[in-house]
Design a protein around this ligand. Structure first.
Ligand code: NAP
Ligand code: GDD
Length: 364
């Protein structure tokens, strides 16, 4: 199967199956953004539930599929080249695969970057979601399909006095990313009401893991702690340390996505831990875990501040607790420790590799 080393992409023509055989086969899910943090956890979760999992991956000059290593050899996981901004190929893929469930996780998901690349962020986050909805609408005329849209707490804007934010809190996005996501959110509701499409939005608050992208603050900190502990760097440059986020564990949050699509009717759900912590507090736990004092290593740099900041996010997930029976299982402290332990291990291997190279150099 390996078209690209340990990763594989099955030609689309081999994926087509007739609706009759589909009736007997396991449930089929299509995930856009499968190579991202959430996509990889969701794929593992669905495979464990017996789904056939199909994922859309973008072609790039560098393979970015490390997060999929655990599932790439499993027979029920399949990758397809595609892009949510390419409406016709997305439509073809959806109509050929006839998934029972579509999870639209694709996004340029970095808030600071969205200020630098607003057009691109909107193209993927807003128009990409519309393309997914259009494809689902057409498929839905043939056979039922359920759609999950990755909405975000960024849509709330975090103005003072609005916390805790719930499904009824007013939206006031403060970034191109947040605006794009709000457009997609509104379209999901519009498609549901206009075409009777089973489409849900999960309004997810920040969720992290050892698979988090390296330029999000928690991972930047855990990677920094690991490298400082191993003597590979001395300083860590950050932006606003006072911002507060409701940080949960990504592995917990993907279950909520699936639960939303198993309900009788499609609705919006806030998914959050119900605790808020500052970046400073995350620093405290992360550095202490490694026996370090963050004050000796952290500097602030204007480059990492944003034109507009979301000050406080704190989610009220009582609807999800009541209707989905969903609850987070990982505390803020456990999450920070899990990430630091993972990244200390990475840094240790980096140091050993450097030492081996230096040693080999001496022997020449
Ligand atoms: P992530 O790690 O940045 O992953 C984003 C995924 O989208 C990657 O697989 C990326 O592919 C893919 N992608 C980007 N542009 C694409 C395009 N044009 N066509 C197809 N795929 C594209 O994000 P995440 O943390 O897993 O988050 C998943 C989703 O939830 C995102 O929509 C995000 O905005 C939303 N969300 C995240 C959080 C959070 O705290 N993590 C909270 C609320 C909402 P490449 O690997 O090729 O870049
Ligand atoms: N990335 C980053 N880098 N953020 C920093 C830094 C830094 O060096 N220093 C301070 N911060 C602050 C940011 O200003 C922000 O207030 C907070 O740390 C969290 O930043 P990120 O980790 O980049 O996440 P985010 O909250 O902006 O966005 C994430 O969560 C959203 C849900 O609320 C992303 O995953 C979004 O895709 C998601 O929708």
């Amino acid at each position: 199967m390996g078209a690209t080393g340990s990763h594989f992409v099955i030609p689309l023509t081999h994926q087509t199956s007739l609706p009759q055989s589909h009736l007997k086969s396991p449930r089929r899910a299509l995930i856009t953004g499968i190579s991202g943090q959430d996509g990889s956890y969701l794929a593992e979760f669905l495979l464990a539930k017996g789904y056939d999992v199909h994922g859309v991956v973008r072609r790039s000059s560098n393979l970015t599929r490390d997060r999929l290593d655990r599932i790439s050899d499993l027979p029920r996981s399949n990758l397809h080249y595609g892009d949510v901004t390419d409406a016709s190929s997305l439509m073809r893929l959806v109509l050929e695969l006839e998934p029972d469930e579509i999870y639209n996780l694709a996004a340029q998901s970095h808030v600071r970057v969205s200020f630098d690349n607003p057009g691109y962020t909107v193209e993927v986050g807003a128009m990409g979601a519309l393309n997914v909805l259009e494809a689902a609408r057409l498929l839905n005329e043939r056979r039922p399909v359920r759609v999950y849209q990755a909405s975000t707490s960024e849509m709330f804007g975090g103005a003072p006095g609005t916390a805790p934010q719930s499904e009824t809190t007013r939206f006031h996005p403060r970034s191109p990313y947040g605006c794009a996501k709000l457009y997609a959110h509104a379209q999901v509701i519009n498609y549901r009401e206009s075409y009777d499409l089973f489409a849900c939005c999960g309004i997810l608050f920040n969720h992290e893991s050892p698979r988090r992208g390296e330029n999000f603050v928690t991972r930047k900190i855990s990677l920094g702690v690991g490298r400082i502990r191993e003597g590979l760097q001395e300083k860590l440059c950050l932006g606003n340390l006072e911002a507060r986020r409701d940080w949960g564990y990504a592995g917990d949050f993907v279950e909520a996505m699936w639960l939303m699509l198993q309900q009788e009717s499609p609705e919006e759900y806030v998914i959050a831990t119900g605790e808020t912590h500052s970046v400073r507090e995350f620093l405290e736990v992360a550095f202490t875990t490694a026996g370090l004092d963050w004050r000796e290593h952290v500097e602030t740099d204007e480059r990492f501040f944003r034109p507009a900041e979301v000050d406080v996010l704190l989610g009220d997930a009582s609807k999800a607790a009541e209707k989905l029976n969903w609850r987070p299982t990982t505390s803020f402290e456990s999450l920070a420790r899990m990430m630091v332990e993972h990244d200390r291990d990475l840094a240790q291997r980096e140091r050993w590799a450097q030492e081996r190279i230096a040693h080999a150099g001496l022997e020449k």
